[in-house]
Design a binder for this molecule. Structure first.
Ligand code: ZN
Length: 319
């Protein structure tokens, strides 16, 4: 995913200044807990990284995808795989695989959660030029969202949801260039938008979870989401506040981000992006230090505490 234009970034700088020093310590507050198991989620981050970078077409991607499907078949009522070949602008043929785990597949009232499971092929934002052609772990970028949804599947297996739930894992989010123009990115979400589970598929709402494991977690309201589905943004941020996580889910708009929610919104689905794009934090990024698309995107930059916060909110929204 990529951040949008400079005008909004300037606005963002003001927002960031206003928020300086306001980040509380969530551990000092009592939160209504859910059965979301963040230790399991953390183990799922580690297991993905252990496969190697989940680059489309790689052995690591094949094995990790198989592992995800095996896990989900034990937890969900139905698991659907969408497989196809994407031919890139340069003529490379990429095997693609979306995975959709469904709970109560016949329920008409449904909630859609989305994450990407691929890893960007190279760490092209690494500060060291020689590293920019190397693969990287993607512990947070890719890994954290998958871990979140696998742990949600565990919780939904134990206590089934009242509504239908679809956990979608899309491939090829991060393969190519975000441009503009966008080339060979958001591949899986675009495919899903064109191949919905049914012609009348219309979830009540949807949330894309991306880069939510950052140990230094602050999540602003992404602008494309706030414009397209403001009621969904309100629902998620209200739930977070209700649970005592208002210091992490900051109710302020910041940055339009091109991510997997965009093709879904274009297809008429009300899906928002929950993302902490400033990895590790806005001040660091302002000073030119970011882990995004670098070799530093490793397990040690992800925390159980952050996974627990987002996991609690994500699960409470389904109850
Ligand atoms: Zn990425």
């Amino acid at each position: 995913m990529i951040r949008g234009n400079g005008r909004l970034t300037a606005t963002a700088a003001l927002v960031m200044l206003a928020s300086c020093g306001s980040k509380g310590d969530a551990t000092t507050t009592q939160h209504p807990t859910t059965e979301f198991n963040a230790d399991s989620a953390m183990s799922y981050v580690r297991q993905q990284v252990a496969f190697g970078a989940r680059i489309p077409g790689s052995t690591a991607a094949k094995l990790c995808g198989d592992w995800m499907v095996a896990h989900l078949r034990l937890k969900a009522d139905t698991v659907i795989e969408q497989t196809w070949t994407h031919t890139t602008a340069k003529g490379v043929k990429l095997p693609m695989r979306n995975i959709l785990a469904r709970f109560k597949p016949n329920a008409t009232q449904r909630i859609l959660y989305v994450t990407h499971w691929d890893t960007r092929p190279v760490a092209d934002s690494d500060p060291v030029p020689a590293n920019r052609t190397k693969p990287f772990d993607g512990a947070n970028d890719g890994g954290s969202g998958v871990a979140l949804q696998l742990a949600l599947a565990d919780a939904l297996k134990k206590t089934p949801p009242g509504v239908g739930v679809d956990l979608l894992f899309v491939d090829g989010e991060d393969w190519g260039s975000f441009g503009p123009p966008e080339v060979d990115v958001l591949i899986g979400s675009t495919y899903f938008a064109q191949h919905l589970p049914s012609a009348d598929y219309k979830p009540l709402f949807g949330v894309l979870w991306d880069m939510i494991g950052d140990a230094d977690l602050t999540i602003y309201q992404e602008i494309n989401s706030a414009n397209a589905a403001p009621e969904v943004v309100q629902r998620v941020w209200n739930k977070a506040k209700e649970m005592g996580y208002g210091d992490v889910f900051v109710p302020q708009a910041k940055d339009p981000i091109t991510d997997d929610h965009v093709p879904l919104i274009k297809a008429g689905l009300r899906v928002i992006d929950v993302i902490d794009i400033d990895y590790p934090n806005p001040e660091s990024v302002r000073n030119g230090v970011s882990y995004h698309h670098t070799l530093a995107d490793k397990v040690d930059k992800v925390s159980v505490k952050s996974l627990k916060i987002v996991g609690d909110v994500a699960l409470a929204l389904l109850r």
